[in-house]
Every structure is written in C-alpha cells, then in structure tokens.
Write a new protein. Structure first.
Length: 86
C-alpha cells in the first residue's frame, strides 16, 4: 500500500484490464459539465479504449439526455452549448 509504481507498469496493468474487458461505459452527467472528463483516470481509460480498439459507450441518465436534446434544439442556445462542455 502506498507504493510508488512506475507509469509504464501502471499503464500496462490498466491497459490489460481495459482491453481484457474490451468495452468501457462513459457516464456523461450532468451533460453540461460531465464529471467523467474531469477525472484523469477516466480520460486515460477513454484514451486506452479508443487507441486499442475497445468499444466505448457514452451514456447519460434519460433526464439529462432530454435536457441536452432540448438545449440543442433551442435556436438561442443550440450547438454552442456543446462547445462550452468540450
């Protein structure tokens, strides 16, 4: 516990687990500021999955999906809302 591990060892172990599962699920909630993209290990997980050909599912609670769609369809808000998120 509390041991310092070289990044290469961490990467190899993490990569083997992600690739072993072959799929990740990224929870994007709240859609305006998803916590998933603020956590470095989640961003690293997404990086490993996409560069190693794993499946990636992006999901959000139904109420969040409805709110995002409503916001995108509003003429005064629209796609610019996504620019603020990402």
């Amino acid at each position: 516990k509390g041991a310092i591990v070289p990044f290469e060892d961490f990467r190899d172990a993490f990569e083997s687990r992600v690739c072993g599962i072959g799929h990740i699920c990224a929870l994007m909630a709240p859609w305006q500021k998803p916590a998933y993209v603020t956590r470095i290990w989640c961003v690293f997980e997404l990086f490993i999955a996409t560069t190693k050909g794993c499946s990636v599912t992006v999901t959000m609670p139904p109420a969040q999906a409805d709110d995002m769609l409503d916001s995108l369809l509003r003429a005064d808000f629209g796609v610019s809302a996504l620019d603020e998120v990402f």
